[in-house]
Design a protein around this ligand. Structure first.
Ligand code: TTP
Ligand code: MG
Length: 368
């Protein structure tokens, strides 16, 4: 029988906001909102838990956040500082395992089945990692989820935020899934959640009652994935070298548009989203690509490669705009626009400590 995997998912609490509070303790306990300023078209990157009480959320227009929380303290993000903290926590992870798969600056999966420190329980490893993050970052907290696959580990890390540690052992997994809201399932975003709710599927229990065929009819290939997830099966390995090759976004219009003055704000908005996303992943790229699908479904892409890497919304937007102006768009009606940035440099090499590799000599058993 294959040895049971021990997976930890670590996710920093209110990441950008917590860093801001760390660096200015007079903000502690206050509604701190990091992102765009209220009188601009910017959006909220994240906010402190005090601000969440007012209903402020990530990706919300900053103007809306101001309506909900006029006493909020609005701050510009400082990406270089977040990137530093991110490197710091990744170094801590590498002290325990080389099987680290970062998902963004503030979260990662760790496979600690055979960890470098020979700690028999993933729960203890998670506790240690949390304590070290707190100490070594100057008081930032993370939440961790511990389980036997990625899906449960990720769901678990979200259950007791902030500063949480949640374990989902195999014998509790099924019971846990039964009542889990459908929106919390891996791969279920806002759109799919609505789709499920329309079908009357509200929880994991409801999901489990659907046959594989039903799910495939509704969701195609992804349906098969939902079938397995509903049964707690997730065989995805933690992939330490998974590299993102590009980041982008696209939108299909409800009805075709032929006015260039309508298209330009769309690509500006998309460039902003791509820029936010790049920064969240600590990436910058040299190539900007514009995709245009015309009314007759003919699709083209146009790219430009820059001298230097960028993650700036203004730069991306200005390149995308030029690319757009050189197409038939405007003369011909358009049904889809997309902006992508690619061509990332080699990822920053993270030094892994050269210390001794402690080979565990004891039986891991079936305990987490
Ligand atoms: P998250 O981990 O999703 O959020 P968080 O760490 O702020 O809060 P939580 O305690 O709920 O985990 O995202 C990590 C960082 O990524 C976040 O601090 C800011 C950035 N971010 C954005 O810039 N835009 C977004 O829409 C989201 C969701 C996050
Ligand atoms: Mg987080």
């Amino acid at each position: 029988m294959e040895k049971m995997r021990k997976i930890i998912h670590v996710d920093m609490d209110a990441f950008y906001a917590s860093v801001e509070i760390r660096d200015n303790p007079s903000l502690r306990g206050k509604p701190v909102i990091v992102g765009g300023m209220p009188n601009t078209r910017g959006v909220v990157c994240t906010c402190s838990y005090a601000a969440r009480k007012f209903g402020v959320r990530s990706a919300m227009p900053a103007s809306r956040a101001y309506q909900l929380c006029p006493q909020g303290i609005f701050l510009h993000p400082r990406f270089e500082v977040y990137r530093e903290v991110s490197l710091l926590i990744r170094r801590i992870f590498f002290d325990y395992t080389d099987l680290v798969e970062p998902l963004s600056l503030d979260e990662a999966y760790l496979d600690v089945t055979d960890n470098k420190r020979g700690i028999p329980y993933a729960t203890r490893t998670a506790r240690e990692i949390k304590a070290r993050i707190f100490r070594e970052t100057g008081g930032l907290t993370a939440s961790a989820g511990v389980s036997f696959n990625k899906f449960f580990a990720k769901v678990a890390s979200d259950l007791r935020k902030p500063d949480g540690l949640t374990v989902i052992p195999p014998d509790q997994a099924e019971e846990f899934l039964e009542t889990l809201p459908i929106g919390k399932f891996y791969g279920v975003g806002k759109v799919t959640e609505k789709h499920f709710l329309k079908m009357g599927i509200k929880t994991g229990g409801d999901l489990k009652r659907l046959s594989k065929l039903d799910l495939m009819r509704e969701f195609g290939k992804t349906g098969e994935f939902y079938y397995e997830i509903a049964r707690g099966i997730d065989t995805r390995a933690v992939e330490p070298n998974r590299e993102r090759k590009s980041l982008g976004t696209e939108v299909t219009f409800q009805s075709d548009i032929s006015d260039l003055t309508e298209m330009i704000p769309v690509i500006q908005q998309q460039s902003q989203e791509v820029s936010d996303d790049l920064r969240r992943h600590g990436l910058a790229g040299r190539t900007v690509t514009l995709k245009v699908k015309f009314f007759d479904f003919k699709s083209i892409t146009r790219s430009r490669t820059l001298e230097r890497c960028t993650d700036s919304a203004e730069v991306i937007a200005s390149v995308a705009r030029e690319l757009l102006l050189a197409t038939e768009a405007g003369k011909t009606a358009v049904r889809l626009l997309g902006v992508t940035v690619s061509n990332f440099p080699e990822p920053e090499k993270i030094e892994t400590p050269t210390g001794i590799w402690l080979q565990p000599e004891f039986d891991f058993g079936e305990e987490l």
